[in-house]
Design a protein around this ligand. Structure first.
Ligand code: GAP
Length: 445
């Protein structure tokens, strides 16, 4: 048997659409560029991935969660530097009216010409702020401007004191958040890799100045273990330290994943120093210093940040999970089994129940069984077409177990459990099924 990994993004895009993982946003109107909707399976996959991240963070004794509003006081973005500095340099072509980035467009960098039409009739580069602006309340003037947050991190910084005092955490401790962010990206694309609306999973870990370098290293290793626990192969993960640092950063490294489009950033791990809390102290006039009771001293905590895009992680786990198993029979006929080899805890469906035939007595046992299993697991029920075709349908969406109800089930109260990866089948008593699946998901995948 030959195993073929995902070769190109288009194969995944069409599987995602065909099986209900991801659809183009507003498709009935021709779609909205770079915006995507998660379908029945995609929304469950996303929920499961978020849960793994949330649990990995907030089940630690030293991390609490928060869920801040998307709209924040406009001064937040002044203090954070986003109003003045969160921009890309753009050039307008006066001939074809296209707009492009001047700092990473080859034809402009090499020949000062438009990458779309070749014209040299161009404006000088101008800074274009990436934040989406809107107005709060009925008036639309400068005083009512608010921004859709371009990162979730600031919702954590401005809640540092609220979270610290109410949870009575002592430094070092962290605050974790999952939520939507918005950036008016100039060059979005590659499916859900870079979009204008996306979800981030960010954690700010507040530490005593001087201990930051040690914590930075610790978080690098914790985060790498997390990706391995999702079933991502270590060969396709690496760290890439930043060559140039943002003005606030003392150290920064990307966790990169080897997508079909090449090595790309998955997560950023940053030592943000005391920049953000200091800025919010300066702009709000409120002290955000921490009093260290043991040492009897006050300081502004430093921050180690881990920031990953949920959608980008979904793309990584989909790319990682996809495989084609190709077998050729003695007559030379090729058979391709497409499998999404998800780790069971993120698989959108854990168990599919299948009656061997459409006989009433089998259907009723199978439907009752699906319902009882659904108390524990995400389940599906499928009675149409041959059993082989139904297995393949589940393989393609990554379901770890198919459970078949047959005529013997009526007598022996047992079912045939078929494993996604090995395709092995085992007879299991219905009363033992939950335990069988529970143990199997831990050891078999
Ligand atoms: N608070 C720090 C911060 O936001 P970032 O490197 O700009 O850092 C963190 O973003 C992560 O968010 C990235 O590593 C990426 O996974 C994700 N991300 C950023 N921009 C994105 C976009 N336009 N579309 C999808 N994901 C994005």
């Amino acid at each position: 048997m030959k195993v073929q990994r995902l070769k190109d993004m288009q194969t995944l895009v069409s599987l995602c659409k065909r099986r209900g993982f991801v659809f183009q946003s507003s498709e009935v109107y021709g779609g909205l560029s770079s915006c995507w909707d998660y379908g029945p399976l995609g929304s469950q996959l996303k929920m499961n991935v978020k849960k793994t991240w949330w649990n990995a963070m907030t089940r630690r004794a030293d991390i609490v969660g928060v869920d801040a509003a998307i709209l924040m006081h406009p001064m937040v973005w002044k203090a954070s530097g986003h109003v003045d500095g969160f921009s890309d340099p753009l050039v307008d072509c006066k001939n074809c009216k296209q707009r492009f980035r001047s700092d990473n467009t080859d034809s402009y960098l090499e020949k000062k010409q438009c990458p779309f039409c070749g014209s040299k009739d161009l404006t000088e580069p101008r800074q274009f702020n990436l934040m989406f602006k809107t107005h709060m309340g009925p008036t639309e003037d400068a005083s009512s401007v608010v921004y859709l947050r371009p990162e979730t991190a600031q919702g954590i910084f401005v809640n540092f004191e609220n979270c610290q005092t109410t949870s009575r955490k002592k430094i070092p401790f962290g605050i974790a958040q999952i939520g939507k962010s918005f950036r008016n990206e100039i060059t979005p694309g590659n499916f859900i890799f870079r979009t204008r609306e996306f979800e981030q999973m960010e954690m700010q870990f507040f530490v005593k100045p001087g201990t930051d370098a040690g914590w930075f290293d610790q978080w690098k290793s914790i985060r790498m273990k997390y990706y391995l626990s999702l079933g991502i192969n270590s060969d396709r993960l690496r760290f890439l330290p930043h060559e140039t640092l943002a003005h606030y950063a003392k150290a920064a490294v990307d966790v990169q994943y080897e997508f079909p489009i090449g090595w790309q950033e998955l997560e950023g791990i940053h030592n943000r120093s005391d920049f953000d809390l200091s800025q919010h102290m300066k702009f709000s006039g409120k002290s955000l210093e921490y009093f260290d009771e043991a040492a009897k001293e006050k300081y502004i905590p430093w921050v180690i940040e881990t920031a990953v895009g949920c959608d980008r992680l979904i793309l990584a786990v989909l790319c990682e999970a996809y495989r084609e198993e190709i077998t050729v029979d003695e007559k030379g006929a090729e058979d391709v089994r497409v499998v999404l080899g998800f780790k069971p805890d993120i698989a959108p469906v854990k168990v599919c129940v299948l009656p061997l035939s459409k006989k009433d007595e089998l259907i009723s046992i199978a439907q009752d069984l699906r319902e009882s299993l659904s108390a524990e697991w995400e389940t599906q029920y499928d009675e149409s077409q041959s059993i082989g075709k139904r297995y393949r349908r589940q393989d393609e969406i990554g379901t770890p177990y198919c459970v078949t109800v047959d005529f013997d089930t009526i007598q022996d109260k047992a079912v045939t459990v078929r494993h996604r990866d090995t395709m092995k089948q085992e007879r299991v008593l219905i009363e033992n099924l939950n335990g069988y699946i529970f143990n199997g998901m831990k050891k078999d995948f």
